[in-house]
Design a binder for this molecule. Structure first.
Ligand SMILES: *[C@@H]1O[C@H](CO)[C@@H](O)[C@H](O)[C@H]1NC(C)=O
Ligand SMILES: *[C@@H]1O[C@H](CO)[C@@H](O)[C@H](O)[C@H]1NC(C)=O
Ligand SMILES: *[C@@H]1O[C@H](CO)[C@@H](O)[C@H](O)[C@H]1NC(C)=O
Ligand SMILES: *[C@@H]1O[C@H](CO)[C@@H](O)[C@H](O)[C@H]1NC(C)=O
Ligand SMILES: *[C@@H]1O[C@H](CO)[C@@H](O)[C@H](O)[C@H]1NC(C)=O
Ligand SMILES: *[C@@H]1O[C@H](CO)[C@@H](O)[C@H](O)[C@H]1NC(C)=O
Ligand SMILES: *[C@@H]1O[C@H](CO)[C@@H](O)[C@H](O)[C@H]1NC(C)=O
Ligand SMILES: *[C@@H]1O[C@H](CO)[C@@H](O)[C@H](O)[C@H]1NC(C)=O
Ligand SMILES: *[C@@H]1O[C@H](CO)[C@@H](O)[C@H](O)[C@H]1NC(C)=O
Length: 473
């Protein structure tokens, strides 16, 4: 394509080396060097080369930008992005310094490059944040009816966008927003830090995202998204809804090598809310999450839901460490959601000082409005956990299905989790159909069939629907 021919060369080589390294590390990732296709349980083409975004170089200072932490750079970002758009693509260099700005949009074939020591700092004044219509699959601003604030860095209908650098920072100065939200001073839903909508071929790597007003990184209805080497930070208490990454109605997503410590879920895979999400009907599918370290004191390391009304399928969560957190991995849904969560594989999980390790909840009754259909029951099926380790965990497993929303096709194998306090009934189940295979400790609930390692049935469950929940633990 002609837009790549005005090459400055260096960045192309850098990117090629970067991708080669990514591919190699993927190939040699697992002990024994299992090939990625064997390691991934569905036909995911996740090792695509990231087409480099346009390579003509632009410097924010040439558009009137000043990185002194005081000057407002909204206009400079707008002009720079417009110049890149006119050129058909390019790389916007943001050098060391603190670049205060209101929200701005990206364009296609663009790289936003944050040098070491570069900080893009969001304006706290909400009147400088444009309002946008609610997301069609949510119907609602999420927190308030009607419009919502856009994101600090935003994009719609884009192709081939890269946000990267030498670990520069995008900081949303969320504290002012969290405080106003708590005091009920905001009339609209808070905006995410980075939100890319209806786009494809997105790479976000080697940067730090912090103090988002709301969800941090929100790819919405995107295809081919790679998020790698990103650090996401927010206070673990009193930073409401600062989820790390929310792939929402997205397809073919890779999230890897990230460190996330935030005030809500580390990662939450979503696909719309109740009747709005059902109507919009866009699933999240083919998602790989691996080598993440996550801390979530109030919520969970990696979640699916609770907004999953467009369906979520084919998810692999691998090599995940969750520490000092309330929950490690969680699937949350409710009556009225409709949709499904199916074909989810978790393997090589490590829980350190986590209250509840594995959680499935079917009573997450948070609804946009009274218009949801109570007969819209979500399906939760074919969920596998293997290689689960941990220490200092209170309740390793709590799978809470109900008569309306039973959990089907659960498999647990190779699990050994150390308890905070040794006691019984810490592997809790209700309305669960499935099996444990080989050694599993602590002792599994009676709802599950028991198989030996050779795959022979040892004991068939006669009590799939037994309920053994103890929320006091
Ligand atoms: C997404 O990536 C896959 C696998 O590399 C590729 O075959 C496909 O063309 C890409 N799709 C889009 C929309 O870019
Ligand atoms: C960014 O694009 C969106 C969607 O086209 C638009 O609503 C918004 O006003 C734009 N924001 C800015 C700062 O130009
Ligand atoms: C990532 O950041 C590090 C540290 O600043 C830098 O050395 C490295 O070149 C960056 N890698 C990429 C691919 O940008
Ligand atoms: C990037 O910066 C963050 C925040 O300063 C830091 O915690 C992280 O370790 C850095 N990552 C790398 C790879 O240097
Ligand atoms: C919210 O609405 C009220 C009543 O219209 C208005 O007084 C207030 O300034 C608004 N606050 C914000 C942050 O927009
Ligand atoms: C795993 O992710 C961390 C960042 O959290 C990174 O430092 C480390 O190199 C990654 N491991 C591999 C094998 O890529
Ligand atoms: C269960 O999910 C796994 C992993 O996605 C998949 O390979 C398998 O075909 C699924 N089995 C059923 C019965 O759906
Ligand atoms: C996912 O699950 C469904 C139903 O359980 C099954 O038909 C389908 O083959 C599975 N898909 C993959 C890719 O494993
Ligand atoms: C368990 O409950 C489901 C409905 O949720 C029902 O279809 C099934 O027959 C029950 N199983 C047993 C063994 O009672």
């Amino acid at each position: 394509m002609e837009i790549f021919s005005s090459s400055s060369g260096r960045y192309c080589v850098g990117l090629t080396v970067f991708w080669a390294a990514l591919v190699l590390s993927a190939l040699y990732w697992r002990p024994g060097g299992t090939s990625p296709s064997a390691a991934v349980p569905f036909g995911l083409g996740i090792f695509r080369a990231g087409a480099p975004a346009g390579t003509a170089e632009f410097d924010l200072r040439d558009f009137g930008g000043t990185g002194n932490g005081v000057a407002v750079n909204t206009r400079a970002f707008g002009l720079a992005v417009e110049a890149i758009r006119r050129r058909g693509g390019g790389r916007l260099n943001v050098g060391a310094g603190t670049w205060l700005t209101g929200p701005f949009n990206l364009t296609s074939h663009m790289t936003l490059f944050l040098a070491e020591g570069a900080v893009i700092l969001g304006l706290e004044d909400e009147t400088k944040w444009p309002l946008m219509p609610p997301l069609p699959s949510y119907g609602y601003g999420r927190e308030h009816k009607g419009p919502r604030y856009g994101s600090l860095i935003h994009g719609q209908h884009l192709k081939n966008v890269v946000i990267t650098g030498h670990n520069g920072t995008i900081d949303g100065q969320g504290r002012a927003w969290w405080t106003k939200h708590r005091r009920r001073l905001l009339n609209y839903t808070r905006g995410p830090l980075v939100q890319i909508m209806w786009s494809e071929d997105i790479v976000i790597s080697n940067i730090t995202l912090q103090n988002s007003p709301f969800w941090t990184l929100h790819p919405y209805v995107c295809r081919n998204v790679t998020i790698s080497g990103v650090t996401i930070l927010a206070p673990v208490l009193e930073a409401p809804n600062t989820d790390g990454i929310d792939p929402d109605s997205c397809e073919n997503v890779l999230i890897e090598n990230c460190y996330i410590s935030v005030g809500d879920d580390g990662v939450a895979i979503k696909s719309g809310w109740d009747q709005y999400g059902i109507r919009y009907g866009r699933p999240s599918t083919d998602i790989v999450i691996r080598n993440l370290t996550v801390r979530s004191v109030l919520s969970a390391g990696v979640s699916i839901g609770s907004e999953m009304s467009g369906g979520v399928s084919n998810v692999l969560v691998e090599d995940l460490r969750v520490w000092d957190s309330r929950r490690a991995v969680r699937i949350k849904t409710a009556r009225g959601r409709g949709g499904y969560v199916r074909n989810v594989t978790y393997r090589d999980l490590r829980f350190d000082r986590v209250r509840v390790g594995i959680v499935v909840t079917t009573t997450y009754n948070e609804h946009a409005d009274g218009g949801f259909d109570p007969a819209a029951l979500p399906l939760v099926e074919n969920i596998t956990f293997s290689g689960v380790r941990g220490r200092d965990v209170r309740v390793p497993v709590r799978i809470h299905g109900s008569e309306d929303i039973p959990i089907r096709g659960v498999t647990v194998r190779d699990m050994s989790v150390g308890l905070h306090v040794k006691r019984k009934h810490v592997f809790q189940c209700s309305y669960v159909e499935g099996r444990v295979v080989g050694p599993v400790s602590p002792e599994p609930c009676a709802n599950l069939d028991v198989y030996d390692e050779a795959g022979r049935l040892v004991k068939q469950s006669s009590s799939q629907n037994a309920t053994d929940m103890d929320y006091d633990l």
